[in-house]
Design a protein around this ligand. Structure first.
Ligand code: IMP
Ligand code: MG
Length: 177
């Protein structure tokens, strides 16, 4: 698999994001809302570098692409903390069309946070179809299908410590097992 982002580059990138967030929020308490499942790897690395008091909340979003109701987003928020009057940072693995981040941020805004910012590990350039950009981005990437560091293909590869581009030969392995 072609490596797009090595483990070292990823750790330097997440360090950089943590420094930006520490500077931006200072000592104010922060609630990090992490969109499952793709963002949990970055979540675990990021929160250990944050210096303010941190609360962690999980939300699940999945879109059914290729199905008959393609693109429709299903959000499960049973594990959400109360975010009313809190500073909130919404975290996702990748901003592709942007629909996930756009829809989940609209939903969180209705819960009455003091402030809402968004951060993504990867921003796929040129793919956005929504009227927003993430506030914090760790890496900009070209329009390729990537896996690793939380990102999956058919729920596999999330555990890779690097980010790789999925190639034809990797896809072929899936059709034989
Ligand atoms: P969006 O709603 O189009 O921005 O897509 C966001 C979601 O699509 C992410 O949370 C991922 O689950 C998935 N996704 C988009 N591009 C990739 C990719 O290159 N690799 C793995 N998952 C991706
Ligand atoms: Mg996914």
């Amino acid at each position: 698999m072609k490596v797009l982002l090595s483990e070292d580059r990823i750790h330097a990138g997440v360090d950089r994001l943590a420094k930006e967030l520490n500077a931006f929020y200072g000592e104010s308490p922060l609630t990090v809302v992490s969109i499952m499942t793709g963002s949990i790897v970055m979540l675990a690395d990021l929160i250990r570098r944050l210096e303010m008091p941190v609360r962690i909340s999980l939300i699940q979003a999945s879109s059914y692409r290729g199905g008959t109701r393609s693109g429709e987003l299903v959000v499960q928020d049973q594990m959400m903390l109360d975010i009313r009057d809190r500073d909130v940072l919404l975290l996702d693995d990748i901003f592709d069309t942007g629909k996930t981040l756009f829809e989940v941020s609209n939903r969180l805004r209705q819960m009455g946070p003091t402030s809402l910012k968004t951060a993504v590990f990867l921003n796929k350039l040129g793919q956005s179809t929504v009227p927003m950009n993430p506030d914090f981005v760790v890496f900009e990437i070209p329009n390729e299908f990537v896996v690793g560091y939380g990102l999956d293909y058919q729920d596999l590869y999330r555990n890779l410590p690097f980010v790789g581009v999925l190639e034809e030969s990797d896809l072929a392995r899936h059709s034989t097992n």
